[in-house]
Design a protein around this ligand. Sequence first.
Ligand SMILES: NC(=O)c1ccc[n+]([C@@H]2O[C@H](COP(=O)([O-])OP(=O)(O)OC[C@H]3O[C@@H](n4cnc5c(N)ncnc54)[C@H](O)[C@@H]3O)[C@@H](O)[C@H]2O)c1
Ligand SMILES: [Zn+2]
Length: 375
Amino acid sequence: MEKDQIFGACSKCEPDEISHVWDMVKVPLGDRSYEIMIGPGLLTELPEKLAGFIAGKKLFIVTDSNVEDLVGYDLLNMLRGQGVDVEMLSFPAGEDAKDMKTVVDLARQLVSLGADRNSMLLALGGGVTGDICGFLASIYMRGIPFIQVPTTLLAQVDSSVGGKTGVDLPEGKNLIGTFAQPVAVFADIGVLCTLPAGEIRNGLAEVVKYGMIVDENFFNFLEKKWWDIINLEPDTIVFLVKRSCEIKADVVSRDEKEGGLRRILNFGHTIGHAVEAVSGYSIPHGEAVAIGMVAVSRVSVSRGLMTEDQLGRLKSLLEQFRLPVEIPGEMDRDAIIKHIKRDKKVRDGRVHFVLTRGIGSTVIVDDVSMEELDL
Ligand SMILES: NC(=O)c1ccc[n+]([C@@H]2O[C@H](COP(=O)([O-])OP(=O)(O)OC[C@H]3O[C@@H](n4cnc5c(N)ncnc54)[C@H](O)[C@@H]3O)[C@@H](O)[C@H]2O)c1
Ligand SMILES: [Zn+2]
């Protein structure tokens, strides 16, 4: 099979034009440090790039039922064609499969396929796959290494960085999990071309968040390049993924287990989670976070931490990315407030909110009353 016949879903990511836009981010975590490679066409180079990690090991690709068809079989065949000892396991796509049953099913398949302590997992898919596969790797035979190959924008800019793994319980999302770092991450932006627009928007909400909490220049870049971004222009997307990974990696490496600094990543999420839950999860995570970022920024404006103009810029950028900025009129405000008060981030009975000072810097406060929130 010719290299350019596979993973060639997007004409903008032709292999001839790609090499100059590859980039890399280092995640500095001592002896668990790793690199995130970013670029279009990376999947085609995977056998070569993986060689150092999988030498002498049996590899198991873990993927979902959508990604299995989109790129899974191609990757499996390509790796086998290069002599790699590899198998592929899949589970039904979607958040509903992110539970202990899937983890146990996959673990049992690993046993029957002969996976041992010398095996390695490869998470091929979105955040659901990364969370399940990372969790499975961290507990299978007391822990085996894993590689992340994120295929959604959200997974490339957010969930594949930081080492949080886990699954949901009927009582709530991500209630069981571990901290486990991958040995490497390969983010092929070429695969984003098949992603539904709504999934791109989900990732973009987190990207806007990074600009708001840490980096005004990055926010300016997003404003300037919004058109190229929604059209998935490769150079622009490589920079966007790279800067997002750098920001998250920097926050995480200074606070790996969520003691303090890492909390700034929750900007927009306290209200966002509540909106998501009260909508019965009909409002996707990214849209809920967009609504949450605007709502909490209004508090910043009323406290004189942010100008009306800066709030207007946040709303315009989210709207350019086709993200909502208001809680739907018919939604029950009391139910949202009830949910906020139950949030995991409540400490000593007070709800902590991440506010921004303008664009690019944060302050965490615990004295925002529900009246001040003015939902
Ligand atoms: N671990 C963390 O730090 C962290 C951070 C944020 C979110 N998360 C978790 O991530 C999950 C959400 O991730 P997600 O939004 O990637 O969801 P997802 O993994 O369900 O992917 C979304 C959909 O896109 C499909 N898909 C994946 N790649 C594709 C491609 N290239 N082309 C077409 N379709 C493709 C998937 O099959 C799925 O149907 C949630 O469970 C959330 O809790 C984890
Ligand atoms: Zn989020």
